[in-house]
Design a protein around this ligand. Structure first.
Ligand code: ZN
Length: 205
């Protein structure tokens, strides 16, 4: 990418929150390393949107909500398998805040996700039942956006699911890998990269 980008393009910065950075409740390795890169990338876009993982206490995705379960185990819930996580990004807590060095004051929308107590939401477009919409696709269409570039945390979860759903919603979709970092459990990064390529997502360095 070079030069100024158009009114048809939007950058979506996924979950650049303290709980996903080293020292946070669900730290992504080098999660904080993306912040200067994201700031730089955002300056090249006319339009920027942020997403924010935003769970009520006792959320169904927290291992602590399920007696006897531990973080990173997978359980079956109504909508299928769900990975259990440490408590993270609880509404209004310091860990749910954006990284303080994130410098994108002109971001036009903050889309919060994961606020339904019984449904997790990796994707910025659809929750983990793959049915409940967040409203983002309609927002982007109404604004006239045609191209979406994603970056943020984590490459193999929220960025990945958002990218797949962006393609499904009809947007030309790219992921800026250098401005993203992965959790990478059990080969999840390689799988996510392969699935994104297969779906037609453009993977940028
Ligand atoms: Zn979450």
């Amino acid at each position: 990418m070079n030069g100024s980008l158009s009114d048809r393009e939007v950058l979506i910065v996924t979950d650049p929150q303290l709980d996903f950075c080293p020292g946070g409740a669900l730290a992504v390795p080098q999660g904080d390393a993306i912040v200067p890169k994201v700031n730089r990338l955002a300056r090249r876009f006319v339009h920027v949107i942020l997403t924010q993982d935003w769970h009520p206490a006792g959320h169904a995705s927290f291992a602590s909500t399920h007696p006897g379960r531990r973080p990173f185990e997978t359980i079956e819930v109504e909508y299928g398998p769900q990975t259990l996580w440490p408590d993270h990004c609880v509404q209004g807590t310091p860990g749910a805040a954006f990284h303080p060095a994130l410098d994108i004051p002109r971001a036009e929308l903050i889309i919060r996700k994961g606020y339904h107590p019984t449904i997790d939401s990796y994707s910025a477009f659809r929750e983990n039942d793959r049915k409940t919409p967040t409203g983002l696709a309609s927002y982007l269409r109404e604004r006239g956006f045609e191209r979406v570039t994603l970056c943020g945390l984590a490459t193999d979860f929220c960025v990945f699911f958002s990218a797949i759903d962006a393609v499904a919603a009809g947007f030309a979709t790219a992921v800026a890998l250098d401005a993203s970092r992965a959790i990478d459990m059990g080969g999840s990064l390689a799988q996510a990269l392969a699935a994104m390529r297969e779906a037609g997502v453009v993977l940028l360095d």
